[in-house]
Ligand binder design. Structure first.
Ligand code: 13P
Length: 283
């Protein structure tokens, strides 16, 4: 199917009390794995690339891969810019055909975040492309950048004002998750999440889901999360597949051979998380 935007996908999830899985992809094999999983489970899916991924191979490369793979399945597939780091990058992604854009102004002061998010939302509106913004600071190492001194949880009242002033379509919230793996068990502030969900009309996004126990993700979804982002664990799954083959056969030189086990591992990881998100059969 041709790509769709995340607009209806996330509103359907919000109405249906489930979440759509959003998976960070870094090469063709990861794209293939995620879309195969979505096709087999009849699940809507979001593939996303961060600025460092885009720097590695270019927006066009990832978009072309996702478009080609999406033609093989009959489920809604969206291509999302994750953690868009500037107005310019957001516009480049919009222009070439990404169907969903995140502008991440969470490093800015509140008012500057509003201005940047508003500017991107206004620019995307004419093309009907939805925008995700972030308020508060998700901890950990994000993309290639350090979180810059821990996290600051999203304030529910500020969140409502932020949505009114920016007009963005979805909001990434900081409630205790962090990018990358956790040292101990993460603790999510679900009361805060419920409060945000009660005050904010747009779908909410959970970043940093790698390493968060499935039961905790399910609770977050029941409190209002409609999009769940997984990155680090896909990297691990792919790398484990490749390493397994190369350890077994150090002389292997055919990338198709070790890529195949990488695809298999990513695909099964993604299928598992689609069950966690509750989006299986919603395609
Ligand atoms: P993880 O790497 O912790 O899964 O975070 C993914 C994410 O939030 C991407 O934006």
């Amino acid at each position: 199917m041709p790509l769709v935007t995340t607009k209806k996908m996330l509103l359907d999830a919000q109405k249906g009390n489930y979440a759509v899985g959003a998976f960070n992809v870094e090469n063709m094999e990861m794209v293939m794995a995620v879309i195969q999983a979505a096709g087999e489970l009849n699940a809507p899916v979001i593939l996303q690339t961060t600025p460092s991924t885009v720097n590695y191979a270019g927006l066009e490369y990832y978009l072309a891969n996702v478009r080609a793979a999406a033609e093989n399945v009959n489920v809604p597939v969206a291509m999302h810019l994750d953690h868009g780091s500037s107005f310019k990058l957001a516009m480049r992604a919009l222009r070439i055909g990404y169907t969903s854009i995140m502008i991440d102004g969470s490093r800015e002061l509140y008012e500057a975040n509003i201005r940047l998010s508003r500017r991107v939302a206004d620019a995307c509106e004419a093309s009907g492309i939805p925008v995700e913004a972030e308020l508060g600071k998700v901890g950990g190492k994000e993309d290639d950048l350090d979180g810059g001194g821990g996290s600051a949880y999203t304030d529910p009242k500020e969140a409502r004002e932020f949505i009114e002033k920016t007009g963005v379509d979805s909001l990434a919230v900081a409630i205790g998750t962090a990018h990358g793996l956790y040292k101990g068990e993460p603790r999510l502030d679900l009361d805060r999440l419920s409060e945000i969900a009660a005050m904010v009309p747009v779908p909410l996004v959970l970043h940093g889901a790698s390493g968060v126990p499935d039961e905790m993700v399910k609770k977050a979804i029941s409190c209002g999360i409609c999009k769940v982002n997984y990155a680090t664990e896909l990297r691990i799954a792919y790398s484990e597949g490749v390493k397994e083959v190369l350890c077994r056969e150090p002389g292997a030189i055919d990338p198709k051979k070790y890529g195949a086990l990488g695809i298999y591992k990513v695909k099964h990881f993604v299928m598992d998380k689609m069950h966690t998100c509750g989006c299986v059969g919603k395609g």
